[in-house]
Design a protein around this ligand. Sequence first.
Ligand SMILES: [Zn+2]
Length: 490
Amino acid sequence: MANNLPTSGGRASNGKDYTVECTISDVAPFTVHFRQPKDMAGRYGFDYPRDADRYPIEEVTKKLSKKMVYTREKLYKDSIAKFNNIYLQSAKLSKQLKSKDYLPAWLVIFPDTTTAKYKGGSDMHSHGIQLDLELQQLIGNTSSLSASKFKTLRFESSAPEKLTISPKTIPIAKILAKGRTVTTVNDTKGKTRNDYISKRAVLIRGVKNELLKEHVSIAVYAVSNSCEALVGELMVHKNNITYKADLVFVDVTSSSGQNIKKSNDFQNYLKLKSFNQALIRAEPVAETKLDLNKLSKNKNNKRVLKFLLNIKAGVPKVPNASKLTSEQREKAESAARSKFMNMIKEELSAIFINHGDQAPIGLTGRKIKLNDPYNLRTFIFYLDFNISRINGFAPGDKLSSGKFRWGNIVIIFAQAATNNDTLVHEIGHSLTLRHVFDSKAPYTFHQGFSDKVMDYTWQAISKRANSNKRMSFTRYQWYKMQKDTSIYRI
Ligand SMILES: [Zn+2]
């Protein structure tokens, strides 16, 4: 166990080192949290309870009898117990810190294995993951921490032969020396919290050729002269099962001489900053072209010609729009747009199955629909035209039962061809994820405040810009994506 045991620690009768647990569980006036350096977002799975999700920090806009009202609210809209469970489920020690409202962060890294050991490994995290440490005083506690009886933080991996943390100890004074930032967790009640942040303070590293068959817990203890107290935990997700997403990219050109200009790093972005967070390796398995303009020159391809004419005509105008209220008009326009987008999806998939060189084949050897559950590939169509100001969409299917099912189709319009975040967002939909603000999602948040991939770049009602880059998936989303019909185990 600890190398620098407190004086009361020593040799137990069985010859093993032991430490004395502090008797009162809430004796330490602070907790310790692991956080991701901002510039590392997306490079590995990392999910943690954002302060703004739990406390009324952000200003959200509401419409009350047609007036805009601004109020501070927590971003998570449902019961906080349900939210807490995202992080507490399968955590090892955090429940012991319940009186301090402690929730652990979760980290996901690929195992660094040779193919002989396990072919689903990757060297993308072989150098380890540097994380920030946040020492947070309990809310409302403004006492001086320098006078605390705890002098050292000690870290302990529950499986040190598979996953290490270094250093093993950090003097608390070193963290306090970084200075204090004050987080206002509740403006109206004047509640604040003192935080001491130490950037890239620890390195978490998987041992070469070791798979994590179970979640590993990294405990943080505050050590005093007489005892030690649990003050935090990082959960590192098991990684003995990893997944694959096969992506087919199709450049669709509707007029001659058009070329699709995609982002020049989209392959690397997909591989290293997107679904790897959920242990899914998303890889382009084919890139192909669908030249509608050329196909339309053949008189037998009447469907292609009709499709091109429809695209050129654009979304049909709402009839008698001037006689409608602005609300009615907005609704009618949105319905017309949806119908038009559905037409694009239907025609594009039918034409691709007829003429594309990567149409999916079913078990019987015949071509199958792109949204067929037996199709294990996701098809990403880049179009050379726009409709309205839409970046892209991921159409599903309405089953004969009336139930909605996500599909395997992603459509990206010309205006968003270089947006990596749009690409990942739309693929996320095709892997069954809803928007984080969707009331039908398992957890619902206010729109436009987070760094989550499935959020929007603007807020509802006020249309204020989201100040975050959309980079992260939430823990529950990792599992949802892994279960999509197009995802398979490596
Ligand atoms: Zn969306």
